[in-house]
Design a protein around this ligand. Structure first.
Ligand code: AHR
Length: 512
């Protein structure tokens, strides 16, 4: 009885003194850099991502563009500071023959996009368009090469065409097609989802195929070392990672991929805007699984690569719901609500906290497809809640990750629980410390107390993204319904921060 009273007293004191959620930041213990490349994006030939999204054609006189690429999109993506952009797939990549997309447009063959809607594409957007567009946006290209239905020769011809400075058949062809100097292309994906749409291969077989491709790719190494990324596991397929790490010599491997989507049920994904709290809770459960996935895949990688030379590249992640009613089911067009802002916030926090191994990632996908940051409708363009989170969080790019411990209350739904608060922190090159906090609780405001250790701060400023309803989203009629605002709900006193986070909110603090 006495013991019980002591425990109750302790709990009472703890919650009175420290509030509901107790966080501790160790500002002097940073070791790893949060690689900016975890803020990468993904642009597949899928639905209206490329055609109508990025690209509206050189002859378009209704929408302002530069060589066919929408100016509004370029401006929006520049603000996001996207470090890399993956193209042309996804599943499409293993059907794509790059030579069909270069040279005079009128001579280019068509391609039937078998994976996505069965539409016929005219190949008017090809290698030059993509690489020039990356230069315009100020981002690094990440080309995903065709392994499933291509050849080693076709792949290395692409490397030679895009990056070789000297005289060669492919660099001559590039010059003939109007580009004298090579582009800088460091990131190369060797196939995509080789366990599925990339050829339904077994891990052991793919490891050998990878070794073959990587060998010939290396022969085209230029000054800028090529970064080769192996097609990685589907969510919790740990065996895939194990075999790749075991069977591929690490001197021919810079990154191993991982794909994980926050999908409720592949046969019953649910709507993107009119979802229930139960559906919201399940989506969050799937999103937060990312922590377990990267932990376990990293553990396997540690076994074979304790020096952490090989990066874990989460090159497809995000929410996946039913398409918007009336749209082509193969186009994967979905709206984007505060639920998506929560997915983005918790996922980026997870990536930051695993900065030692997760060094690159790509949100799927940039425009009009899955968890998009941008939606377009003819000449109109809007940015989504996910866009705002990516922008608020980009202060962490290339900053030093600072360890933060979170003692969180639970978000409870139907007797199931999830951690309500997620957090990550970093110190940038100018010495400013940023802390990202996410409260996923759909109903409850959360009180947080943050103990700041290892440094002294005199000032805190904050931004918040929230909205009255979790289903809220921006529309072409009301494009600014959700946007970041200044936040005064957190105050600094001595070495402690204290405040309240509204339900389903994302907050980024800056401490100086
Ligand atoms: O992003 C949509 C699709 O999801 C990609 O093409 C594929 O790689 C994944 O299965």
């Amino acid at each position: 009885m006495k013991k019980l009273l002591q425990v109750l007293l302790f709990c009472f004191c703890f919650s009175t003194v420290f509030g509901q959620n107790q966080l501790v930041l160790n500002a002097d213990l940073g070791k790893h850099k949060i690689d900016k490349h975890i803020y990468g994006h993904f642009a597949e030939h899928l639905g209206r991502c490329i055609y109508g999204g990025f690209y509206v054609g050189e002859d378009n006189d209704k929408i302002k563009h530069t060589k066919g690429v929408r100016n509004d999109v370029v401006d929006a993506l520049k603000k996001l500071k996207i470090p890399n952009l993956r193209w042309p797939g996804g599943c499409f990549a293993d059907t794509y023959h790059w030579k069909d997309g270069v040279g005079p447009k009128e001579k280019r063959p068509t391609i039937v996009n078998r994976w996505w809607g069965g539409v016929t594409e005219d190949n008017s957007f090809g290698t030059h368009n993509f690489l020039d567009m990356c230069e315009l946006i100020g981002t690094e290209p990440y080309l995903s090469g065709n392994v499933g239905s291509g050849t080693v020769q076709e792949f290395i011809d692409w490397v030679q065409y895009t990056t070789f400075d000297g005289k060669s058949p492919m660099s001559d062809l590039r010059k003939e097609n109007g580009r004298a100097n090579p582009w800088k292309v460091k990131y190369w994906g060797i196939g995509n989802e080789a366990w599925g749409c990339g050829g339904n291969m077994r891990a052991e077989y793919y490891a050998d195929v990878y070794r073959q491709y990587a060998t010939f790719l290396s022969a085209w190494q230029n000054d800028e070392k090529i970064f080769r990324i192996a097609s990685g596991a589907n969510s919790s397929d740990y065996k895939w990672t194990e075999v790749l790490m075991r069977d591929i010599p690490h001197q021919m491997l810079e990154g191993v991929a991982l794909h994980h989507y926050s999908v409720i049920d592949w046969n019953k994904k649910g709507p993107s805007t009119t979802f229930t709290e139960e559906q919201y809770f399940t989506t969050m459960k799937r999103a937060m699984l990312m922590d377990e996935l990267v932990t376990k895949h990293s553990n396997i990688m540690d076994k074979y690569d304790p020096a952490k030379k090989v990066a874990l590249v989460v090159d497809e992640w995000g929410g996946w719901y039913d398409v918007e009613p009336g749209t082509n089911p193969g186009f994967l067009y979905q709206q984007n609500t505060m639920r998506d802002a929560m997915i983005a916030g918790v996922t980026l926090n997870i990536f930051h906290n695993h900065a030692d191994r997760v060094r690159m990632a790509n949100l799927a996908q940039t425009i009009n497809v899955l968890q998009a940051v941008i939606l377009t409708n003819e000449e109109k363009m809007i940015v989504t809640p996910t866009y705002h989170v990516m922008e608020m969080f980009n202060v962490h790019q290339d900053a030093t990750m600072l360890p933060i411990t979170v003692n969180s209350t639970d978000y409870v739904f139907n007797n199931e629980k999830l951690q309500a608060i997620s957090a990550s922190a970093s110190r940038d090159a100018n010495g400013a410390v940023h802390i990202s906090l996410v409260n996923i609780d759909a109903k409850k405001e959360q009180e947080v107390t943050l103990d700041l250790r290892g440094a002294k701060f005199s000032n805190v400023t904050a931004k918040i993204l929230t909205s009255p309803k979790i289903q809220d989203h921006n529309t072409f009629e009301n494009p600014e319904k959700i946007k970041p605002a200044g936040f005064k709900g957190i105050t600094l006193s001595g070495n402690s921060l204290k405040g309240k986070l509204p339900p389903f909110s994302v907050v980024v603090l800056e401490l100086k």
